[in-house]
Write a protein that binds this ligand. Sequence first.
Ligand code: NAD
Length: 272
Amino acid sequence: MPLKRIAAGSNYEILNYGFGGLLRGLKSKRVLITGGASGIGAATAARFIEEGSQVCVLDRDRAGLHRVKTEITGLAGAVEADVSNLSQVQDAFASAARLMDGVDVLVNNAGISIRHKFLDITAQEWDKVIAVNLTGVFNVAQTAARHMMEHNGGVILQTASTNGLVGQPFYADYNATKAGVIELTKSMALELAPKIRVCAVAPGYVMTPMQRAEYTDEMLAEVNAKVPLRRHAQPEEIAALFAFLASDDAAYISGHVYTIDGAEIAGGLASR
Ligand code: NAD
């Protein structure tokens, strides 16, 4: 089954992962992906299905959930919840676990960003970004970790960002949450070992609806000119890293953050 493009606004050729099922141990895995109705999350859902996993997506966007249910063949389920609301998360997690008879892998990926100057950030905007990107990640991670500790262990992968590793103007609140996700990941990896592996993925610029919403064509071209690989990542490229980190090929990998950014932050001049 060829991978279907989900992300909007891409100028690049579809990446063909049509070979399917190459990574060890993913075939029977039960995978829950938050933010799975769009962008990186939807591409990751498609990739795990291609690897033979059972996949349930969780998102607060009802229309988006309906869309992915028709666009991604073979989804085990699509559950609606706002990750910043703990009781919604607990109910949705229980539904996903019922639909798949358990959860072995969590891709904790839902997130939002607001482009604004530090001096202009309102208290409401600050609270909103923290609630989704940090409290939301905690809510889902703890719910999943309790389930995995009671059962056969598992893997928790969380979406950070290069913005959590280096400073970036106009996203101070977002950057703080992504740095928080990285440290949360490391602390979880220490406490939950050896039953659960925990890693973070830090993408650079990825061509998704989130990126299209905040960057004009001129801004996208400017970014592409500064990234050493001269383009944005495709969501499927981030999905491939998630699939590898969840697989048995990554059985000794835990407690770290993996950057995937076309060399953007490797040098001081990149992305400036
Ligand atoms: P996207 O907007 O395409 O997808 C995000 C999904 O998360 C959407 O379906 C949205 O409905 C969902 N979501 C948002 N808030 C939610 C909530 N409170 N509860 C449940 N679902 C919620 O964005 P994307 O680019 O695919 O981003 C996915 C993740 O990758 C985010 O954590 C983002 O910060 C991170 N990231 C993106 C980029 C990029 O350049 N696009 C770079 C680095 C990191």
